[in-house]
Design a protein around this ligand. Structure first.
Ligand code: MSP
Length: 651
């Protein structure tokens, strides 16, 4: 029987649009789902939006909307973003779904029948931003919230309470029996300490505002109408209501093996309240809670008032969702805080994706085409490279272990040892010399070894970068699936003999930031931008002499601009399509928008460097560079005295 697994992200408050922290957790879930599916499991992945509570009611008022209309408008933004990111969620729960509301009401009654709910009155401090109650001893300076630092409000109201204190010993016993329940381990220690210090019963209904699930009508209670559910009771139950809890129970079997991802700030709600609620409801307890750290921006906390909040959509549009996924998983040691900077992102794309992975595949394709017409055969790999194969299998085992213990960053580090192995064997065995010395068999085995390294590594790369992994698999003529995972990873089998498929470079080099920094739009193209270059030209400081061989490396062509338009959100860039007599016109992104209007360039013949490595600017591929001269009087394009045929070489 296939193992059923349930993976959840937190459900996000609709008082804010998605930011990088939300994207991080949701991508983590998607990553784990893909990994578990490859392992043959049947996985459900839940995400959604948390739409009730005082905070949402207040935000809706500020926007002059009803809470429901406001929640509808923001919830859809989360859903659209996860769709745009191709995150493979199965359930998008909204706490305003009627099915969810009914499950919450039924759960409340079950807790009542169990004797875990009683009526009392609450007097204390409440943080609306965290939707959380605090005792006097927990409060920060000036009665501020110990979690977010914002001022708390004194709340005095009649309330139903959940008898959390009753579960103190059971909770401690549970964590004793399950020492690896929470990852990273130090977080479990913090939770155990919190419980050991004593648990207060929890106020689980509110009367001072209206936006929440009402208590179920019950003749034993005459005041049900006055109370609404505390937003965390409501929200936590959203993990089981879409599985059909107390309704059709259709998918409750998945609940037997539940895994939660949460940020460190909401661990207590999950590791203490949620577990106690589940104990009260006599439901199975989750298998793991994975608590991640927070993203900062260039070392600072992200905040709307500073204006440094990273919008994941902008990053993905500039650098691609695959590179964003890679960066998020690689940069942040799971459980600790991590910093987002474009510099670090670009460095990782160029070095780790471009050089280590992209080049390895290119080298394989190039050599295999040159020496063996793209044929690859694994039959002699063991004979010539048993030690390397053995090392590869060890790397693969070590890599998988890191996912079992939820250390995605270490997983990637281990996986990269496989790409290093691939690059290393080329340097060590020099296939071109094997061919020269008539060792064709060994050269074929070496390329077979590299193809197998890439195939196995791509299977393990799939959870992190699904589309790139699929492209590598396509080049190696196989598909990523639980079956190929079983043969190539679990059974350590090798690829059958195959014909490689050529594919375009996977990770084009990025030479400068593709997103405006918060204060200043970046300047995209060094040759046109550089003030220093203008000055150097003026003083005719021509120091770096080159010989004609160096110059002949630059392929300059005449070409006609057949289309030209502005680049959205950029004041500096134009997008040009230039005909240089190739089957398709070249797309060139050029920093000349301040000097030329698109119409002025149409049908103009310009000179371009045609063999410059492609680069991405503001998310758009640029396949060449237009030549121009710039000084303090402006910029002038290099044009020909009399028109030439498009594609004519300039020397
Ligand atoms: N609605 C509750 C969760 C209920 S789950 C039953 C909530 N929502 S939230 O929208 O405020 O936060 C959702 C998640 O985003 C939390 O896990 C939180 O840790 C995470 N993050 C918020 N800012 C973050 C960063 N700067 N970095 C990483 N994650 C961060 O809490």
């Amino acid at each position: 029987m296939q193992q059923k697994t349930f993976i959840t992200s937190p459900i996000y408050y609709v008082n804010d649009i998605p930011h990088i922290g939300h994207a991080y957790t949701t991508i983590l879930c998607d990553m784990l789902k893909r990994f578990r599916i490859l392992q043959g499991e049947d996985v459900l992945f839940l995400t959604g939006t948390d739409e009730h509570g005082q905070k949402i009611e207040q935000s809706a008022q500020k926007h002059n909307q009803t809470p429901q209309a406001y929640a509808d408008s923001v919830s859809v933004k989360f859903k659209e973003l996860w769709n745009e990111f191709q995150l493979d969620y199965d359930i998008f729960v909204r706490t305003t779904d009627s099915k969810h509301c009914q499950s919450v009401q039924k759960a409340f009654e079950i807790m009542c029948e169990k004797g875990d709910i009683y009526k009392g009155s609450y007097e204390g401090n409440y943080c609306i931003s965290c939707e959380s109650f605090f005792t006097q001893s927990q409060l920060g300076e000036n009665l501020s919230c110990p979690d977010c630092g914002k001022p708390t409000q004194i709340v005095q109201e009649e309330s139903y309470f959940f008898a959390l204190s009753k579960y103190q010993d059971k909770l401690l016993e549970f964590y004793k029996q399950n020492p690896n329940m929470i990852a990273p381990a130090f977080r479990q220690n913090e939770v155990v300490k919190f419980i050991s210090e004593g648990l207060n019963d929890l106020s689980i209904t509110r009367t001072s505002f209206e936006w929440g699930i009402p208590l179920p009508e019950n003749p034993k209670r005459n005041d049900s109408k006055k109370h609404i559910m505390y937003v965390w009771l409501d929200a936590l139950l959203s993990y089981i209501s879409p599985l059909g809890y107390m309704q059709d129970s259709a998918k409750m079997a998945y609940w037997e093996n539940a895994l939660h991802f949460v940020g460190k700030d909401i661990l207590r709600f999950h590791a203490v309240y949620w577990i106690a609620f589940l104990m009260s409801l006599d439901l199975p307890l989750p298998k793991h809670i994975y608590a991640h750290g927070w993203w900062t921006k260039d070392g600072a906390k992200m905040s709307k008032s500073i204006g440094n909040v990273i919008n994941p959509q902008e990053v993905a549009q500039a650098y691609g969702i695959e590179s964003l996924r890679y960066f998020l998983m690689r940069e942040m040691p799971f459980g600790q805080d991590g910093d987002f900077s474009q510099k670090a992102l670009i460095e990782r794309i160029n070095a780790e994706l471009g050089n280590d992975v992209g080049n390895l595949l290119n080298r394989l394709l190039g050599m295999s085409e040159k020496y063996f017409s793209l044929k690859v055969d694994s039959k002699d790999v063991k004979k010539f490279f048993a030690t390397e194969l053995n090392e590869l299998e060890n790397i693969i085992d070590r890599t998988q272990e890191k996912m079992q213990t939820m250390q995605p960053q270490r997983y990637i580090e281990e996986l990269w040892a496989a790409f290093s192995l691939g690059n290393g064997v080329i340097t060590k065995y020099e296939p071109w010399n094997l061919i020269k010395n008539a060792q064709q068999d060994k050269a074929m085995a070496l390329l077979g070894l590299i193809a197998n390294i890439l195939a196995k590594a791509s299977l393990l790369l799939y959870p992190i970068m699904p589309q790139s992994a699929e492209k590598i698999a396509y080049a190696l003529s196989f598909t990523i699936s639980p079956d190929s995972f079983a043969t190539l990873i679990k059974q350590h089998a090798l690829l059958d003999s195959l014909i490689l498929q050529k594919i375009p470079p996977l990770f084009p080099r990025i030479d400068s930031p593709l997103m405006p920094e918060s204060t200043q739009e970046h300047i995209e193209s060094k040759p046109l931008d550089s003030k220093t270059q203008g000055n150097q030209t003026k003083s005719a400081n021509i120091a770096n002499l080159i010989d004609i061989k160096d110059f002949s490396k630059i392929d300059i062509r005449a070409g006609k601009v057949i289309e030209c338009c502005a680049v959205e959100k950029s004041q500096k860039l134009l997008k040009l399509m230039v005909d240089i007599n190739e089957p398709k016109p070249r797309q060139i992104i050029s920093g000349i928008a301040q000097y030329y209007k698109p119409d002025e360039l149409l049908n103009k013949q310009v000179c371009i460097i045609a063999n410059l490595k492609p680069a991405k600017l503001m998310g758009l591929l640029s396949e060449g560079m237009i030549l121009a001269s710039k000084d303090e009087n402006g910029l002038s394009l290099l044009c020909l005295d009399t028109p030439r045929e498009n594609g004519s070489k300039i020397s």
